[in-house]
Design a protein around this ligand. Structure first.
Ligand SMILES: NC(=O)c1ccc[n+]([C@@H]2O[C@H](COP(=O)([O-])OP(=O)(O)OC[C@H]3O[C@@H](n4cnc5c(N)ncnc54)[C@H](O)[C@@H]3O)[C@@H](O)[C@H]2O)c1
Length: 261
């Protein structure tokens, strides 16, 4: 990946920022994309401070025209696009039965259309260079249903559908498209939950590894899927969830021998 250019949406925080650090250390020029504001400026400063070749781009991923302009701005900056990580996302703030149509549209706009908008916009530049790699940040909510979170679940299931569809459509043009499906990760998005002792206890019981993941642990998986080490992997959905989906069971994860009798 060294010498390449990567776009990372949601690059101002959490998993996106951790990914920017990992790929920048590997010699990639990173375009971090996020909503305008101090977090984006801070992230750019933080990355530049450790020697990354970085530029921030303020853009709402849910707006197709803004995304097309953002991609044009990245091309004007470094002249090529080799990698794309779709990490921008929002949490579903209200439970499904209280959700209003505008809540649905906002969430689908960012978490689902945002992925379509960026992939669709980078295809010409990526294929012009002979190919590239795309990683979408889905979720365990793209594989199972998190109760009370229909819009989030639907959008993440759609991200997995988009990943497989674009993988099929772009394989002949040298572009690999994969997704990671993180479990509970300790980021600004989830800090409020993880801070609650009962929630941490529930995590211990429901995750095989007994803990939430750290953003770096997702970033390393993303960097692998972007790299040439993953040259024969496309259309894959990689769970990075401490064994959560592998072991979803009635028994607490700490109980290694489950005997109901
Ligand atoms: N934290 C978790 O437990 C977890 C688990 C599974 C999947 N994910 C997914 O990982 C991705 C990153 O989440 P995170 O945990 O790092 O959260 P985060 O809140 O730390 O980061 C998300 C980033 O997306 C940005 N963003 C939100 N709306 C945007 C928009 N319209 N345009 C541009 N940027 C926008 C935010 O400003 C923020 O910087 C999301 O897609 C999330 O759904 C997170």
């Amino acid at each position: 990946m060294a010498g390449g250019v990567g776009i990372i949406t949601g690059g101002a925080g959490g998993i996106g920022l951790a990914t920017a650090h990992v790929v920048a250390r590997q010699g990639v020029s990173v375009a971090i994309v996020d909503l305008p504001g101090p977090a984006l400026d801070r992230a750019e400063g933080e990355l530049a401070g450790v020697g990354a070749d970085v530029r921030s781009f303020a853009c709402d991923v849910s707006e197709f025209d803004a995304v097309a302009q953002c991609v044009a701005d990245v091309l004007a900056w470094r002249g090529r696009i080799d990698a794309l990580v779709n990490a921008a996302g929002v949490i579903q703030k209200v439970s499904t039965i209280r959700m209003q149509p505008r809540d649905w549209l906002t969430l689908i706009g960012v978490n689902q259309s945002g992925v379509f908008n960026f992939i669709q916009s980078v295809i010409p530049a990526m294929t012009a260079n002979g190919g590239g790699a795309i990683v979408n940040v889905a979720s365990i909510a793209g594989v199972i249903a998190v109760p009370g979170r229909a819009a989030y679940n639907a959008a993440k299931h759609a991200v997995i559908g988009l990943t497989r569809s674009y993988a099929a459509d772009l394989a002949g043009r040298g572009v690999r498209v994969n997704a990671v499906a993180p479990g509970m990760v300790d980021t600004p998005m989830t800090a409020r939950y993880i801070a609650a002792p009962q929630f941490r206890e529930a995590l211990r019981d429901s995750i095989a590894m007994g803990r939430a993941g750290q953003p770096d642990e997702i970033a390393e998986a993303i960097a692998f899927l972007l790299s040439d080490k993953a040259s024969y992997i496309t259309g894959a959905i990689l769970p990075v969830d401490g064994g959560f989906t592998a072991t979803k069971t009635f028994a607490p994860s700490s109980q290694t021998e489950f005997d109901p009798a």
